[in-house]
Design a protein around this ligand. Structure first.
Ligand SMILES: NC(=O)C1=CN([C@@H]2O[C@H](COP(=O)(O)OP(=O)(O)OC[C@H]3O[C@@H](n4cnc5c(N)ncnc54)[C@H](O)[C@@H]3O)[C@@H](O)[C@H]2O)C=CC1
Ligand SMILES: O=C(OP(=O)(O)O)[C@H](O)COP(=O)(O)O
Length: 337
């Protein structure tokens, strides 16, 4: 059984840990924490072996009564692959460590593509990370773009994409993030990183993105304008999106007219942490005008990249060469629609 470690147990790391534990072809070695906070305590309660990033802090964990299994370096040495879920720009410090230990590593979207020279999405370029030592799962927003644009591109070809990304100010627990009362062009320059980032997993696509930050924590929201290469009926677009996993067409008229209601829908699904791994698209928003497709979608930023991390592990450890088989296996274990 291949062994997986999670370095950085925060928003993304704690979700990837549970997702890895639910698969039958990989085993979680453990997770790392820098400090003995409630998340460290609950990681142990959830049955994860807990390793400490800063060995000098062993006493603090002892004093807090939180049992540790060893140091993060020991966890890394035991593993076949590390999923690095540390905050953006911390990852590069760890690369030498992974190289010295001879372990593979997956980074997250907070790191630059150049760190690994390879980025990953399950649907668009799984094969390129097959057997790779280092790759990067693109950010939550870029993953959301890829999920809906790839099947559309496969159906009728995409000539040019323009997208306006309305980004959540911070995650629900991030009390020190904002804005509280403003709409902030973020960045104020164009394009935002999302367009160039999409090109690292959907090669050659013509896309420009603009991004804004707003005072909300639940989800990001995207507005897409897509010039199509070939004529297509709207029903065929709807059909292809309805039949694609990890994408959901939801109806505003059924009481799902906002990101808040999407998250209420997620609660009704009854999953751990109320996660919505799928990208919900407002069905009513889909329209084709003069060969241009318009639609609006949302992204549960805390969870949409989690299944992609599981598929990336499978590709890089050569556990499955067929992306569709990996997607199906991950979906089944995680209860994804
Ligand atoms: N939160 C989000 O909405 C999303 C985040 N990402 C990306 O995922 C990565 C992780 O983000 P989050 O989970 O949100 O961050 P987070 O801040 O919630 O969690 C990071 C964890 O890493 C720990 N940490 C810090 N320095 C460390 C080190 N040197 N070694 C080990 N652990 C360390 C922190 O204590 C914390 O527990 C970033 O690259 C981010 O851009 C990707 C998609 C969505
Ligand atoms: O990957 C994310 O967003 P992004 O796709 O806009 O970079 C996450 O929501 C983290 O974004 P943050 O950099 O605002 O914490």
């Amino acid at each position: 059984m291949k062994l997986v470690a999670i370095n950085g147990y925060g928003t993304i790391g704690k979700r990837v840990a549970i997702a890895v534990s639910s698969q039958d072809d990989m085993k979680l070695v453990g997770v790392s924490k820098t400090k003995p906070d409630f998340e460290a305590r609950m990681a142990v309660e959830k049955g994860h072996d807990l390793y400490i990033t800063i060995p000098e802090r062993e006493k603090l964990f002892d004093q807090a009564g939180i049992e540790i299994a060893g140091t993060a370096d020991e966890m890394i040495a035991e593993s076949d692959i590390v999923v690095d879920c540390t905050p953006g720009n911390v990852g590069p410090e760890n690369l030498d460590k992974y190289k010295k230990a001879g372990v593979k590593a997956i980074y997250q979207g907070g790191e630059d593509h150049d760190l690994t020279g390879l980025s990953f999405n399950s649907f668009s370029n799984y094969d390129d990370s097959y057997g790779a030592d280092y790759s990067r799962v693109v950010s939550c927003n870029t993953t959301g773009l890829t999920r809906s644009l790839k099947p559309i591109d496969d159906l009728c070809g995409v000539k040019k994409i323009r997208a306006v990304m309305v980004r959540r100010g911070g995650d629900p627990s991030q009390v020190n993030k904002g804005p509280i009362n403003a709409i902030v062009p973020n960045p104020p320059t164009i394009p935002s990183h999302h367009g160039p980032d999409l090109k690292t997993v959907m090669y050659g696509v013509d896309i420009t993105t603009v991004a804004l930050l707003v005072p909300t924590t639940l989800m990001h929201q995207h507005n897409l304008m897509v010039e199509l290469k070939n004529d297509v009926a709207l029903d065929d677009v709807i059909d292809v999106l309805e039949n694609r996993s990890r994408v959901l067409l939801l109806n505003a008229k059924e009481g799902l007219g906002s990101t808040a209601e999407f998250m209420e829908y997620a609660k009704e699904l009854g999953r751990s942490r109320n996660d919505l791994f799928e990208i919900p698209i407002w069905k009513e928003s889909l329209n084709i005008v003069d060969g241009e497709l318009f639609y609006m979608q949302a992204v549960h930023q805390e969870s949409d990249v989690v299944p992609e991390n599981v598929d990336a592990i499978r590709a890089m450890l050569e556990l499955e060469s067929d992306n569709e088989k990996s997607i199906e296996k991950t979906n089944k274990a995680m209860g994804i629609l």
